[in-house]
Design a binder for this molecule. Structure first.
Ligand SMILES: [Zn+2]
Length: 121
């Protein structure tokens, strides 16, 4: 039935092949975030200790650290190593892992997500 379609490229007959350069057309769409970006975010238990040297991890719950968003002499910041939420008891800022990354690096939301997914290290 499909015999007409059965043209297997037997040997190395350097025939006409689609060039991979048509890929370049898709580059502008790289601005779109993957649908499952939330699932691809780094684990808060890995991310926060790397970003906050003063962090004292306590298992997977709330952990104190010096707040990077104000001149903090105490550990006013609490980050949750499970769900990634955070809040500072001194300056009042709060958010989640993405907004932390935004504030810390001065990034817009989508840029922050991209940086978390693919990094710029
Ligand atoms: Zn603060």
């Amino acid at each position: 039935m499909n015999a007409a379609h059965k043209k297997r490229p037997g040997g190395s007959r350097g025939g006409v092949q689609a060039r991979p350069d048509r890929r370049a057309r898709y580059e502008p769409n790289n601005n779109a975030l993957p649908r499952d970006w939330r699932d691809r975010l780094p684990s808060p238990a890995t991310y926060y200790p790397a970003m906050l040297p003063s962090l004292k991890p306590h298992g997977t719950g709330w952990a104190p650290a010096r707040c990077p968003f104000h001149d903090d002499r105490d550990a006013s910041l609490s980050v949750h190593l499970g769900h990634g939420g955070w809040r500072c008891h001194a300056c009042g800022l709060s958010g989640d892992l993405v907004t932390f990354h935004m504030q810390r690096n001065g990034l817009a939301f989508a840029d922050s997500v991209r940086d978390l997914l693919w990094g710029s290290q």
